[in-house]
Design a protein around this ligand. Sequence first.
Ligand code: ADP
Ligand code: ASP
Ligand code: MG
Length: 406
Amino acid sequence: MALIVQKYGGTSVANMERIANVARKVIRTKEEGNSVVVVLSAMSGETDRLIQLARQAADVPDLREYDALISTGEQVTITLLAIMLNGMGHKAKSFLGFQVPVSTDQAFSKARILSVEKDAILKELDEGRIVVVAGFQGKDADNNITTLGRGGSDTSAVALAAALNADVCDIYTDVDGVYTTDPNVCAKARRLDQITYDEMLEMARAGAKVLQPRSVELAKKYNVPVYVKSSFSDEGGTLVTKETKGMEKEIVSGVTYDRDQAKITVIHVPDRPGIAAAIFAPLAENNIMVDMIIQNSSIHGFTDLTFTVSRKEAREATRIIADAVREVGAEKFEVDENVAKVSVIGNGMISHAGVAAKIFQTLFREQINIQMISTSEIKVSCVVELKYTELAVMALHDAFGLESAR
Ligand code: ADP
Ligand code: ASP
Ligand code: MG
């Protein structure tokens, strides 16, 4: 008998019919002799709706109340599924984050899981129940409700699988696996049978929202086998796993894009020690993640500094930067939300020259201007104008021959 964690995303629980479909899949897994822990998202669109309501209530919503509000979508789906399962003659019990409990730090709306208590869930499983847990939420040390950032149910599922020492964590979604690029953007995208934790992590961090990055970090750390599967078909699936031999051949494994980007340029900054610290330390103190950073070479003792943040955090970032700009004596700053990041990812890049050059040539051929570049051992990212996102993705996917089978 195996212990299986199954996570179903928003489109998989979008209405009563789809929740009934989830119930049937859960029952099938249970009847095959497994213990089942189900993690659910809110119905698709619901978290967005709640966020809009919070913004209507106040320009800058109180963070504690904001998290308590936007976590409610999951309470609806887990209780509906548990009611349905019980009605179908299968004992089931729902758990909100604090009832598990899933303990997090205090960073409202992007909290990190610190620990997951397993005893209450194991007791229910021992008694033959199906356990249905609300994804996306936890509680901090003061019992405030916290949420884990958009797409956080993936992380809830993997954290539960790690804590319970589950045999597998199945992530059911609206596509039948991880593709070479978003199959909803590029029709030529090819499903991968397997992908390494490291490649998946880079793809997720670069914006492939099929898995939240933190879920992949946890899966790698605790060695949790993760299967990405379709809620609507038994075909396909992608295993996210450690290195396997056959995969070394691939130089490039995927292309991703991230439209959740804003570019901030601080202009005419005095070029002296401590300036970067003065600009970036307050952002870090306010928990704002800075992604790419470029500093131009200095002319007559002045330079420009450009960096990117999540578009969702651009407003807060500019508020903080305005103070820093005054403090360091820079001339001004500009914010550009009309940008996206396009990335090419592959384990084989470490040992193959020319990948970056090919990316630049490809974008040049399409007359797409590159505004920023960053590279890691297995990733090259370029910031481009927002309207070129899809064109860049398709051109790069073609250039690296990703549509042809491994
Ligand atoms: P869920 O609501 O089930 O969590 P998400 O919308 O968060 O689903 O993630 C699934 C979506 O991720 C897909 O519909 C697809 O558009 C997108 N996606 C982006 N990149 C990829 C990729 N490389 N492979 C598969 N899906 C991807
Ligand atoms: N419902 C949350 C969101 O929309 C969490 C998730 O779907 O994973 O971000
Ligand atoms: Mg998701």
